[in-house]
Design a protein around this ligand. Structure first.
Ligand SMILES: Cc1ncc(COP(=O)(O)O)c(C=O)c1O
Length: 434
């Protein structure tokens, strides 16, 4: 019997143990507050879908209904529509990936793919090695299958291979079962960092030598601002990599279409798991996206997105330079996020209510760690607000951070209270500071 939940819920004794990992994330709790129009939200990862050619998408809807109505409104196959899978191969080829139409499984967003892969591989207590920091909702999935998440440190070139080797050795010495390595190697969420080509090769080599699968999650790879990113890890290793892609960031998340490219045997199991979960991914949105990709200049449209996000990234980096010159942050070459490091004595989570009061929202770094780290980090998203709002958001954030720092300075300079106590008085801190 589980003890999850609380006694306001009459069914709280009924929940499965695995629901212990299902606590509302910082990001989720934030959305309600941060979506108020007066708040500049630098918190969520919402693509700027208003930049899409709405009339071309409307045309794809119309053609879907006109030409394919009865099939588009019907259940489909658990693997996804062949025509869409053909297009997915074209998309992946842009990042050096070769595969066959049969190797692709369409899912309800890559979030669903994360869930399916975890379901296939993780028994309670199995280890997922995850780069630190890691995408928050992947961590939620891993926890919900009772995985033990072991973080491995990263730097400005991504996952550090030596740290990975050490972690594997330590886990093996403890007798742990390691199932896969989770990484967002290109324009990572939340760090914005990209793993170098040399490291990609080395990480693949280490995982191959240790019989560990690589789960490569790549929503942002095509959203580069200068030169294209290094090719995907899957482009060099077919047997040991499960690759996740999505239309959410290069087209629109509302379609809820992602995919998995997996080695043959894993793919077969994924199709069965997909059928067990949803019978088939949405036939309707698969038709619409396939029609859109048939007719539209989709590569040109991704280029438009690159231009929009590049301008916003520039606005964010400039505003950080202007308003918070003493902090440090990552310099992403693509994607949606900047990862900021605060002074050591600040706490990004406890500072958040003050930030929201100043009408700016961010995601505290702790959301991206399974082990409580990230206290002095914040993730800032530049994907959604306009450059002007981004600048104003950073200005407000600087007011909050500088205010916190002033408060700390004031308190640290206050002379200690001089009181005379009897010699045998024991001074203990209040319980909430202990
Ligand atoms: C790294 C990463 N993986 C997966 C997802 C899920 O994307 P979707 O389910 O919309 O494809 C996201 C969304 O933000 C993400 O950033």
């Amino acid at each position: 019997m589980s003890t999850q939940g609380n006694n306001l819920d009459p069914w709280y004794t009924h929940y499965a143990d695995r629901t212990a990992g299902l606590a509302a994330s910082e990001v989720r709790a934030l959305f309600a507050v941060a979506s108020r129009p007066e708040v500049v939200s630098l918190a969520g990862g919402m693509p700027f879908v208003s930049a899409l050619p709405q009339e071309l998408i409307a045309g794809a809807f119309e053609r879907t209904m006109r030409d394919y109505g009865p099939t588009a409104l019907q259940y489909g196959s658990g693997q996804g529509m062949p025509a869409l899978r053909e297009h997915i191969l074209e998309v992946m080829a842009l990042e050096g990936i070769r595969g066959g139409v049969d190797d692709v499984v369409v899912t309800t967003g890559s979030q669903h793919a994360l869930e399916l892969v975890t379901k296939l591989f993780i028994n309670p207590g199995d280890v997922v090695i995850a780069e630190a920091p890691s995408y928050v909702t992947a961590l939620t999935v891993f926890k919900s299958f009772q995985a033990h998440v072991n973080h491995v440190v990263t730097d400005e070139h991504g996952l550090i291979p030596e740290a990975l080797e050490e972690a594997i050795a330590a886990l093996r010495a403890e007798g742990r079962t390691i199932k896969f390595l989770y990484t967002v190697p290109t324009f990572g969420n939340p760090s914005g960092v990209t793993m170098s080509w040399e490291r990609r090769l080395r990480v693949l080599e280490i995982c191959r030598a240790n019989n560990i699968l690589v789960l490569e999650d790549n929503p942002y790879g095509l959203l580069y601002f200068g030169a294209p990113a290094p090719h995907a890890m899957r482009s060099v290793e077919e047997d040991g990599v499960i690759y996740l892609g999505t239309f959410s960031k290069t087209l629109a998340p509302g379609f809820r279409l992602g995919w998995v490219l997996a080695p043959h045997a894993i793919r077969e199991k994924l199709i069965l798991a997909n059928e067990a979960a949803v019978l088939s991914p949405s036939s309707f949105t698969q038709h619409v996206v396939s029609e859109y990709l048939d007719e539209a200049d989709w590569k040109g449209q991704i280029d438009t997105f690159r231009g929009v996000y590049r301008e916003r990234r520039d606005a964010m980096l400039l505003a950080l330079d202007d308003y918070l010159p003493d902090l440090s942050w990552t310099h992403p070459d693509g994607g949606f996020y900047v990862w900021v490091t605060l002074p050591d004595n600040l706490d990004s989570k406890s500072m958040l209510p003050r930030a929201v009061k100043e009408l700016v929202a961010y995601t505290p770094g702790t959301a991206f760690y399974a082990d409580g780290n990230g206290r002095t980090n914040i993730r800032l998203s530049f994907c959604y607000p306009t450059p002007e709002f981004i600048r104003e958001g950073i200005r407000r954030l600087s007011t909050v951070i500088n205010g916190e720092l002033e408060l700390l300075t004031t308190f640290s300079q206050t002379a200690p209270l001089s009181v005379s106590l009897p010699d045998d008085t024991i001074i203990s801190p209040p319980a909430n500071l202990g």
